[in-house]
Structure formats: C-alpha cells, structure tokens
Write a protein of this length. Structure first.
Length: 349
C-alpha cells in the first residue's frame, strides 16, 4: 500500500478526519494546509497585523506555534508584514506551572518571537491556588495558603481535593483577561489559541448541559468577540486532538505533557470521554467537525441575543466592554471573601 497523498512512500499514519493513509511528510502537509485554509477562509490573519500566539508549553499551543511559524515562512506573500509574538500566563499553580515555564523559555530560544508572561499574582494580587482555597474555605483572600491536596497519586504529584471544583471557573475568566492584557503589552490586536476541533465540540456539549444558548451559538467560531480590544482566533479549530498528538510526536516538538492538577475535577472531562469513545466507532471519525458545523448553522438561523456590541458599555474599573455593571475579572479581583468569589465566578452551589 502506498501513501494516499504522494503515492510513493509507505504510509505511517491514518489521518483522523479524512481517514487517509499518509506518509509522515504528507501528514505534516495535510495538517498544515488545513490550518492555512482555516486562516484564509475565516480571515483570521490579515496582511500587516500583529498576532499574539498564546502559548503554555503544552502540546496544543506548541503545535500551533510551530505550524503558524512554518506557514509564515511558506506563504510569505499572504503573511506580508505580519508580526508574531508569544504570550503566556503564569497562574501560580504550585508544583505545576514552574515546569511548563521552563519549556516556554526553551521555545523562546527556538522561535524568533518576543515572549510576554502575565503573572496572576502580579496582575490580580493573588495566585490561582490562593483564589481556589479562599473560595472553598472562605478565609481571607490575601492569606498565602498552599493548594489543598489529597495524598499523591501514582505519578507522585499532589492531587486537588474534591472541593476544588471551582478552579476552572476562576482560571478561565482570568486567563482570558490575562491573554488579552499580555497581547496588548506586545502591541497585538489578536491572540491565537491552540483550541482544536475536540476542544470546540466539548465546549458545545458543555454549553448545552449548562443551558447557555448565547455561548452555544458563539463557541465554535474560529474568530471570537473582542476582549479589551483584542480578538481571539483559533487556527487549529478544524484539527483533531489525535492528529495534533501525532504531529507533535512525529515532529519531535518540545512540550510539557503533564495535565493541570485541577483538570481532574473539571466538568469538561465528561463530554471529553464521550466524544473520545464516539470517535472510535465506524462512521463517527469526524463527529467533532459535525458538531461544529451544526453549531455554526444554528448561529446563522438563531435570533438568540449574542451580546451585540450595541448592548455593551465599559467596565468602570478596567474599561473592558461588558454587558453587566462590572466585568467578572474585576469582580474576582475585588472580592474579599469566598462567598464574594463564588458569586463573581457564578459558581453553582
């Protein structure tokens, strides 16, 4: 059997979406060209723009960084005048983030782009560990409390207790704000993230579970709303998680592979397991793309309020566009007690 791309070499990989059997070189090209098609179709990058590449040291963002760098070199006319920078966030997760920051420094040496790291403690006056412990224990927000953990698991790493279920609620809000802030610091008007097709499909299912119609019709878009004047783009939104794993492995990319200790309590794990099992069944290899396409069709037909720009005003504290009295990020930053924190993040009891 020969590669279905070039017809010459022996195939090594089955492409997760198309099920084509490809050699290594054709697989790389297939993934990279799909990203370029997404960039062009949805106008994610325009000539002369400055784009911040949101990096964490993890697999997805490292693949996104490598592909965008390659595409910029391959399509010089399309990326004429385009400038890239790297933006990362240090949440202050004890025993976890330090290792990924070391990986980021190695990436900084490999790629010729400026690196800006936004620190939770510097920007919000507290780490994510402190926020989570306060939200769960109702202690003073300024107490320097280490992450509450159970006994170490088989990996030797401390695991969060069952009470840390609000961590992702806080982190999601503050990370988005930090990425936008960091992008502005390096003079960029867009920030690219490593969200892939599986991530987007999981988010669709989560918003269905939560009954959030407004977010449901927005979450699968490759180009999303402005945050502090910075638009968010998802170049990998049509690439499956499996293909990203294979790309990173075969390219021998440098990335940090340890999962966030808070992820074990995240609700996202349920739809992720469901989609993973479904993708292995005959006829469902592209189920994540089907979910995204259906959601986009829904957006075209719906009359749901999707937070139009005319409905927004500026947060009195940080001047970000908001549809409420004050943005969630500032509510969290100004909260003094655990109850105020939970209310700010809209955590369910």
């Amino acid at each position: 059997m020969s590669c279905e791309g070039c017809g010459n070499k022996t195939p090594m990989i089955k492409h997760a979406m198309t099920l084509k059997r490809l050699c290594k070189e054709c697989f790389f090209r297939e993934v990279e060209e799909e990203v370029q098609r997404t960039v062009e179709k949805h106008s994610l990058v325009r000539p002369g723009e400055s784009i911040a590449l949101g990096v964490s040291g993890g697999k997805d963002s490292s693949v996104m960084l490598h592909i965008m760098h390659n595409l910029r070199l391959r399509y010089r006319a399309f990326y004429d005048g385009v400038r890239f920078a790297m933006v990362a966030v240090n949440e202050g997760i004890q025993g976890y983030r330090d290792e990924s920051l070391a990986c980021l420094q190695r990436l900084h040496k490999k790629y010729p782009y400026e690196l800006k790291i936004v620190d939770f403690e510097e920007r919000y006056g507290r780490t994510l560990d402190q926020i989570v412990n306060t939200a769960n224990g109702d202690s003073s927000i300024h107490e320097s409390v280490p992450l509450k953990v159970d006994l170490e698991d088989d990996t030797g790493r401390p695991q969060p207790t069952a009470k840390t279920t609000t961590a992702c609620s806080f982190c999601g809000i503050l990370r988005r704000n930090s990425l936008s802030h960091g992008s502005l610091q390096v003079h960029c008007t867009k920030v690219a993230t490593g969200h892939n097709a599986d991530d987007n499909a999981e988010t669709v299912l989560l918003n269905l579970i939560r009954g959030d119609a407004a977010k449901l019709v927005r979450c699968s878009e490759p180009l999303s709303d402005l945050d502090q004047g910075v638009a968010r783009i998802k170049p990998l939104c049509h690439i499956s998680q499996r293909d990203i794993v294979m790309y990173a492995y075969l390219q021998r990319l440098d990335f940090f592979s340890v999962e966030c200790p808070y992820a074990t309590t995240a609700l996202r794990g349920k739809p992720r397991s469901f989609l993973t099992s479904l993708c292995t069944k005959p006829g469902y290899s592209d189920v994540t793309l089907r979910i995204m396409r259906s959601t986009r069709k829904l957006r075209l037909k719906t009359t749901c309020d999707t937070r139009r720009l005319t409905d927004l005003h500026l947060c009195p504290s940080c001047q970000s566009p908001v549809s409420t009295t004050r943005c969630q990020c500032c509510d969290i930053r100004m909260a003094k007690t655990g109850e105020e924190l939970r209310r700010a993040a809209k955590c369910r009891p």
